[in-house]
Design a protein around this ligand. Sequence first.
Ligand SMILES: NC(=O)C1=CN([C@@H]2O[C@H](COP(=O)(O)OP(=O)(O)OC[C@H]3O[C@@H](n4cnc5c(N)ncnc54)[C@H](O)[C@@H]3O)[C@@H](O)[C@H]2O)C=CC1
Ligand SMILES: O=P(O)(O)OC[C@H]1O[C@](O)(CO)[C@@H](O)[C@@H]1O
Length: 416
Amino acid sequence: MPFEAVSLPGKPVAIQFGAGNIGRGFIGAVLSKAGFHVVFADVQEKIVNALNEHGQYDVHILNGETQIETIKPVSALLSTDLKAIEELARKPLSIITTAVGPNILPRLAKPIAQIVRTRMAEHMGPINIVACENLQNATEKLREALEKELSDEQERLYMQDNVGFAVCSVDRIVPPFSSDKILDVGVEPFYEWTVDSNSLKKTDPDVIIEGMHATDNLDAYVQRKLFTLNTGHAIAAYLGFIDNKNTILEAISDESIHAIVSRALHESGAALIDKHSPFFSHEEHQEYVKKILQRFSNQHLKDEVARVGREPLRKLKRGDRLLGPVEMCRERSLEHDTLLLGVAAALLFHPTDGDKEATEVQERIQRDGIEKVVSELTGWEYDDVDLQKIIGDYNRMKSYAVQTSEWTETTLPARL
Ligand SMILES: NC(=O)C1=CN([C@@H]2O[C@H](COP(=O)(O)OP(=O)(O)OC[C@H]3O[C@@H](n4cnc5c(N)ncnc54)[C@H](O)[C@@H]3O)[C@@H](O)[C@H]2O)C=CC1
Ligand SMILES: O=P(O)(O)OC[C@H]1O[C@](O)(CO)[C@@H](O)[C@@H]1O
């Protein structure tokens, strides 16, 4: 059923770009439960058609019991269908959210510009945009792309006054789910969606979104999540890959990997506590780390190391989950050897599914040598002691990876 044929009930409308795992399993579900008619915008025709045909889907809460939440009413359109987007922009729309992946985000500038232009022409009031991606300041990156798309000064002024760009932190593990129903999605019970309250505009209709926590201390939330959940997850995935584990559960159930991930999180935690004190106390942060390790050990989630480790170059960017906490520790002269081991492990990741970034990393290492690659990624000189530690860890784990022996603590760098 095409979007034009879908009549929206008399509810406020939210547009969710990306009807994937997080789009359907988290953000779309929260918005729907808060009272919105959620319209998904995606590029996959099959998903778009299924959403329009069924008008609903099921979220399975993976906690060992059969718990299902039916999300309705929902509909969908192609994000490339600018005519349908224009039509939707005239509806009682107050929030646009995204979950398409950091690398794809700039491509949303075109359809969102269409919404801004239409609303300006119709003298419509404010809306908010929240990019829900695993990327610091994702909403700001989207705003920059949108500013380039809107060349007209009047459009930019309208945007300044009428579009709130709120950065957020989005935390829920939603791996691909197997079901005979294409729209069903499986999620962990935990979720945390924290949005910058300072950037939100007052909208009409103004809906209180239960499940979206607005705060004026967003940086602390963003860094706590990215440098704990994502740091630990990435290190578990990369070590798991080296040790031939298929899933995060298999990886974290290995005592040595568990110990390393836990140590890495305590290293990043020391820097986070120091930076954001008194926002998190030492005790609260210990609890936060403990809870995250338990979430990784959820027996009901089948989350492959290939998914969690995907796009390693993005994860190896300065400021992201691996080098971000390393830099915070370096600035404070705090211990960070285990985090360096995580960086070394990422450089060995090359899953068989042909991850483009993983392939690029391997090609660069082969062509330029490991020292040059680490220096380019970190910005450090060849004689930097941390750069040498990463190379030592890399070589040690590389020789482990080519053997098939058991992973033991003795395989790890002696200094750990
Ligand atoms: N899956 C998870 O557990 C979590 C993911 N995230 C973040 O959420 C974002 C999305 O991740 P997932 O939902 O896992 O990915 P996904 O691959 O399941 O979903 C992405 C969706 O975006 C769609 N898409 C691609 N190009 C598009 C375009 N131009 N316009 C509209 N839709 C487009 C895809 O067709 C797909 O349905 C990423 O930034 C990820 O880092 C954040 C927290 C948790
Ligand atoms: O989605 P990304 O950034 O590739 O990384 C995967 C990460 O995102 C999550 O899906 C949820 O935050 C985690 O499972 C994992 O840390």
